[in-house]
Design a protein around this ligand. Structure first.
Ligand SMILES: Cc1ncc(COP(=O)(O)O)c(C=O)c1O
Length: 386
């Protein structure tokens, strides 16, 4: 536990809520979840399940009909044939990742991953007594690993490469050709790709490719949290390679028993055309917010070398204003009531120069946030050192 860091954004959120308790108005640009409530057809399906008394455990691997629906979704959305037997319902992507690293890693195994990256994934690997190997990435590689970087950092005790595309905090996508090349090379070394596809669906422009288009040996992490807007229901899924499914089954039986039953019944409505129409309208709304916030931040003097192509984050270089993004975020919250996430949540790669802005609030609040930041910058007490 000593090597596991807290998730600092939760401290910012707690302080923001405290200030709101004192009747301060806060613009929330820190929260990594959609501001929309769960789409009505999903809620209705959840209610029906509760009213029908569907409140008992499901099988550990999940409701067969939902596993089938997820497999069908891969055929529809990606043209990929997937056996429902490989789909495991989990408590969020978090549960999927825990199950994946639980069956895959031995103590001492190394796992390559991009830095900056989502911090909890790193900590799951540590929990298995395995070793996360952060690899610095920047705009030159769209904040993603490349085949060259993987080759450079690979060692005989490497077991896996963890890829997240679109990424948190940068919203960047790994190009299809690079993903295919990495999969091919890593599997040639006897390693495994673990692919976090949680922000699939929230992509603006290019389509995100699933790693399942290239291999049956990868683990895929996904969730109903982000695109499907179900964060609090705690439901995600894992696609495991066939030989690991029984191992995942045993692990899930022990650590979760099963994912939430009402959530699984609710998610049965997630792929219905009427639900997907709502989710697509929300995706367009996120895209419009990105198209407002990105130029607005640049105009204020933040550097964003690469336009994010997905998720709902902008990872901005704030070195024009400060060399301590953590102090800056705290001061901005206290003095101007704008909550943002400091870079240190996302690794060791120049965190002091970065802030993550989440456009998970209305256009009106985004405009208010930008106006407050513009007003704050000249008064900032966290100036960059000369
Ligand atoms: C990249 C990434 N992976 C996984 C998760 C976990 O999501 P959940 O457990 O809600 O599905 C998150 C949440 O923010 C994330 O950003």
């Amino acid at each position: 536990m000593q090597s596991i860091q807290p998730f600092h954004v939760m401290d910012i959120l707690a302080r923001a809520r405290e200030l709101e308790g004192q009747r301060r108005s806060i613009v929330h640009l820190e929260v990594g979840e959609p501001d929309f409530a769960t789409a009505a057809p999903i809620v209705a399906a959840g209610k029906r399940a509760l009213e029908q008394g569907l409140t008992h455990y499901t099988p550990a691997l999940g409701l067969p009909a939902l596993r089938q629906a997820v497999a069908h979704f891969y055929a529809e959305r990606y043209g990929v044939t997937l056996s429902p037997g490989r789909v495991v319902m989990t408590p969020g992507a978090s549960g999927a990742l825990l199950a994946a690293v639980g069956v895959l890693l031995d103590p001492g195994d190394r796992v390559l991953m991009a830095d900056p990256g989502y911090p909890c994934n790193r900590n799951f690997i540590q929990l298995m007594d395995a070793r996360p190997v952060p690899v610095d990435v920047g705009p030159a590689s769209a904040y993603q690993l490349t085949l060259d970087l993987v080759k450079e950092h690979w060692s005989p005790d490497c077991r896996a490469v963890l890829i997240a595309s679109p990424s948190n905090p940068t919203g960047s996508l790994m190009p299809r050709s690079e993903l295919r090349a990495i999969v091919h090379w890593v599997e040639g070394q006897g390693g495994t790709v673990v692919m976090d596809e949680i922000y699939h669906g929230l992509v603006y422009g290019d389509r995100a490719e699933t790693v399942l288009a290239f291999t049956e040996q990868a683990f895929v992490i996904n969730s109903f949290s982000k695109y499907f807007g179900m964060t609090g229901w705690r439901l995600g899924w894992l696609v495991a390679p066939e030989p690991y499914v029984r191992e995942v089954d045993k692990l899930v039986q022990n650590i979760f028993l099963a994912a939430s039953t009402p959530a699984q019944h609710a998610a049965m409505a997630a792929f219905a055309p009427e639900t997907l129409a709502i989710l697509e309208a929300r995706r367009a709304e996120f895209e419009g917010r990105r198209d407002f916030l990105l130029p607005a931040l640049k105009k204020l003097g933040f550097a964003v070398p690469l336009a994010p192509q997905g998720a709902f984050y902008i990872y901005a270089d704030c070195s024009a204003f400060t060399d301590d993004s953590d102090a800056f975020a705290r001061d901005l919250l206290e003095r101007s009531g704008v909550a943002v996430t400091p870079g240190r949540d996302f690794g060791q790669n120049a965190p002091e120069r970065h802030l993550r802005f989440a456009y998970t609030t209305s256009r009106e609040r985004l405009e208010e946030g930008v106006a407050r930041i513009a007003d704050y910058l000249p008064k900032s007490r966290c100036r960059a050192s000369p």
